[in-house]
Design a protein around this ligand. Structure first.
Ligand code: F6R
Length: 245
């Protein structure tokens, strides 16, 4: 686990964009794992700028997003489909058929959809570089604190903590879907490399427990400490509880 601490969130996100640009330079046909949420937005902004400057080409790239809400229309601006379209996809030269987000149609408990998503990731050759944010409770993807780690893509009941944290994207907390479909911890651990960005004081406790705590499914990100290639990019606030080095 490599940890890099930057003065600002902007700088931490710029570093993530560098890592993604380097990945695409090294391997233009990379399979990228993508995240939504507020944290990675500046990273996507930088990648769009690199693309517009002719530095990064997405024409051979395949993407798999971590998660999507259940029971929400793709056209809904709060859906992760719409988020990705707005913050990355429509600005770069990704092929439409190379873009994947998990999907659990109504009436599907996620079993069949989850297996299909896992099979699509495998058919693409696995994920080369996965971008992660982290929840205040240590969740990655929508893998909430639980008694056991999850394996493949599955439907999750969102915790009240996550519903409250995500209410800022909706008109009211009552509009936040109660379920999502998410890659499992097994999917994330199978990625060749992982970049996790955490910014802001609200993430400090989760980062402390991820970096220095025991591996514990109640802090899902803690499993990353045994992944062979994880880079954690922090701003000062998210790093504020880490012991001084
Ligand atoms: C998003 C995702 C979540 C977020 C996390 C942090 O695809 O999987 O794990 O990364 O909830 O969200 P923000 O960045 O909004 O604080």
């Amino acid at each position: 686990m490599q940890i890099h601490i930057y003065e600002t969130a902007e700088q931490a996100c710029r570093a993530a964009a560098f890592l993604f640009a380097a990945q695409l330079t090294r391997k233009p046909e990379s399979v990228l794992g993508l995240a939504t949420g507020s944290t990675p937005v500046p990273c996507y902004r930088d990648l769009i700028a690199y693309h517009q400057q002719g530095l990064v080409d997405f024409s051979r790239v395949t993407t798999f997003n971590l998660d999507e809400y259940c029971g929400i229309d793709y056209q809904n601006p709060c859906s992760y489909h719409a988020f990705m379209e707005e913050n990355l996809f429509r600005h770069v030269n990704l092929r439409a058929e190379a873009i994947h987000l998990p999907d659990a149609p109504r009436g599907d408990d996620g079993g069949a959809s989850g297996r299909a998503y896992d099979a699509a990731i495998e058919a693409a050759g696995g994920i080369d570089l996965q971008l992660l944010g982290i929840g205040r409770n240590g969740h990655i993807g929508f893998n909430e604190p639980a008694d056991a780690f999850t394996y493949g893509t599955h439907v999750v009941n969102l915790s009240q903590n996550t519903i409250d944290a995500n209410a800022r994207f909706f008109d009211s907390v009552d509009d936040v879907p109660r379920q999502a479909i998410s890659m499992g911890i097994g999917n994330i651990m199978a990625c060749r490399s992982v970049v996790l960005i955490a910014t802001g004081e609200s993430k400090a406790e989760a980062i402390l427990r991820t970096v220095h705590g025991p591996i514990d499914p109640h802090v899902p990100a803690s499993i990353l400490s045994v992944h062979p290639s994880v880079t954690i990019l922090l701003d000062r606030e998210a790093a504020s509880l880490l012991p001084a080095r």
